[in-house]
Ligand binder design. Structure first.
Ligand code: NI
Length: 258
C-alpha cells in the first residue's frame, strides 16, 4: 500500500497509455496518486483527471519554470481551481529553480510567495520544488511562514542541514528516484535523520526513474523500488514502512484511508 505523492499523469508523455499505466500502478500496490499541475492549463487537466479516477488526487499550481507567465488572471483561476473540488488536496508545485532559470529569479520568488498566500487562504498544504535554491527557498519560507496545513519538500535534493531546517519548519521530506542511485551520498543520511512520521515517497513521473529504469519514462508502478530503498535505509520492513509513508501522506492531504 503506497501513495505516490508527486506524479504528472496528465502530461502528454502518458496520453497514449494512461489506463495501462494506472493498472500497472494498482497492480503493485500504489493505492493513491497525486497528479500535479505546473501551469494553469496543466492544473485544469490535473483536476479533470482526478475527478475521473477514484484513486487520483490533484494539486494546482504554477511551477517556477512557468512563473513568468503568471498574471492576475492566472492567480484568480488557480484560486478557483483550488476551491472547485475536494479532489484538489494541495497547492503545487511551487518554489524556486535556480538551476535552469527558465523564469527570472525575482519573478520566481514573487510567484512562490503569491502561491504560499493562496495555500494559506484555501487551507491546503504546499508542494515545494527547490533546485539549486535551498538558501533562498528557506528564507522565503522563514519570512512568509509555512501554511498551517503544512507541506512537502518534493524530490528532496538538499543535505542533512537543509533537511533539519525543513523539518524544523514542519515540512515533510519526499524522496524520489535519486535515493536509489548508487552515487547518492547525502540522501541516505537525510532519510536516516528524518522522523518516520515526516517521510513520504514519490515518482515525479514521467521524470527521475529509479535506478533500474534510468533513461526511460518513469511511472507510478516503479514507486515500490524507491519506497523499498527508503525503508532499507531506515532499517524497517519495506511493506510496513511503505504503508506508514502512505498514512503520512493521507493525513497531510486530509484524505480518509478507507
Ligand atoms: Ni514535479
Amino acid at each position: 500500500m503506497l501513495f505516490d505523492t508527486h506524479a504528472h499523469l496528465h502530461f502528454p508523455e502518458f496520453a497514449d497509455d494512461l489506463p495501462a499505466v494506472l493498472e500497472r500502478a494498482r497492480g503493485v500496490g500504489v493505492r493513491w496518486m497525486l497528479t500535479i499541475g505546473t501551469s494553469v492549463e496543466g492544473s485544469q487537466a490535473a483536476l479533470t483527471l482526478a475527478e475521473r479516477e477514484p484513486d487520483l488526487y490533484a494539486a494546482v499550481g504554477i511551477h517556477p519554470h512557468d512563473a513568468a507567465e503568471a498574471d492576475e488572471a492566472a492567480f484568480e483561476e488557480l484560486r478557483r481551481l483550488a476551491e472547485a473540488s475536494d479532489r484538489v488536496v494541495a497547492i503545487g508545485e511551487i518554489g524556486l529553480d535556480f538551476f535552469r532559470n527558465l523564469s527570472p529569479r525575482d519573478v520566481q520568488a514573487e510567484v512562490f510567495r503569491r502561491q504560499l498566500d493562496l495555500a494559506r487562504r484555501v487551507r491546503k498544504p504546499v508542494l515545494i520544488h527547490c533546485r539549486e535554491a535551498h538558501a533562498e527557498t528557506l528564507e522565503i519560507l522563514r519570512v512568509e511562514g509555512v501554511p498551517v496545513a503544512g507541506g512537502i519538500m518534493h524530490c528532496f535534493s538538499g543535505d542533512a542541514e537543509v533537511a533539519r531546517r525543513c523539518l524544523d519548519l514542519g515540512l515533510f521530506i519526499s524522496l524520489a528516484g535519486p535515493v536509489t542511485y548508487p552515487n547518492a551520498r547525502k540522501l541516505p543520511e537525510v532519510v536516516r535523520l528524518a522522523p518516520e512520521d515526516r517521510l513520504v515517497v514519490e515518482t515525479d513521473c514521467p521524470f527521475l526513474p529509479p535506478q533500474p529504469y534510468r533513461g526511460k519514462r518513469n511511472e507510478p508502478a516503479h514507486l515500490p523500488i524507491t519506497a523499498a530503498r527508503v525503508a532499507e535505509l531506515k532499517g524497517l520492513p519495506a511493506e510496513a514502512f511503505g504503508a506508514r509513508m502512505a498514512e503520512n501522506a493521507l493525513t497531510l492531504f486530509g484524505i480518509r484511508s478507507t
